[in-house]
Design a protein around this ligand. Structure first.
Ligand code: TYD
Length: 133
């Protein structure tokens, strides 16, 4: 089964432009506790390199593009994020890496929990031990 799970958002458009509305437990399949966004990223500076134990997230590239690698410890998949109307749902213990940020990239992440460093696995070997046990 693919690690890539897309959520397609409804785009409400008229002659004035377009609008996308994301609602907790509706469009986003969990209770939203946090939203953060990556800005002023660099093309040659990769980020991420961690997994989460409990956190569920939806990543939306609301401007520009970037690439995300998803890894469940058994397979790796790469996905291009370049649409403001598509959210990448990341749940379960998945190692993620982000790179190739375009100059205008704004990557918004919607999260099911408040920030908690204890939920992070930042060591790849520890991640593999956890998912393969
Ligand atoms: P980090 O997890 O390393 O970012 P990325 O996964 O995108 O490479 O986070 C960078 C810093 O920001 C780190 O010191 C933790 C802090 N941070 C918060 O304070 N709150 C948050 O919600 C997030 C995601 C990170």
């Amino acid at each position: 089964m693919s690690l890539v799970k897309w959520l397609d958002f409804n785009v409400i458009g008229d002659q004035r432009g377009e609008l996308i509305s994301l609602e907790s437990c509706k469009t986003i399949p969990f209770d939203i506790k946090r939203v953060y966004y990556l800005i002023n990223t660099k093309m040659d500076q990769a980020r991420g390199f961690h997994a989460h134990r409990k956190l569920r997230q939806v990543a939306v590239c609301i401007s520009g593009s970037c690439i995300m690698t998803l890894d469940d410890g058994f397979k790796r998949e790469e996905v291009v994020l370049n649409s403001f109307s598509k959210g990448l749902l990341i749940e379960g213990i998945i190692w993620r890496e982000m790179y190739n940020f375009s100059r205008d990239c704004v990557l918004m992440v919607i999260a099911s929990e408040h920030y908690d460093e204890q939920d992070y696995i930042r060591n790849y070997e520890a991640f593999l031990r956890e998912v393969r046990k």
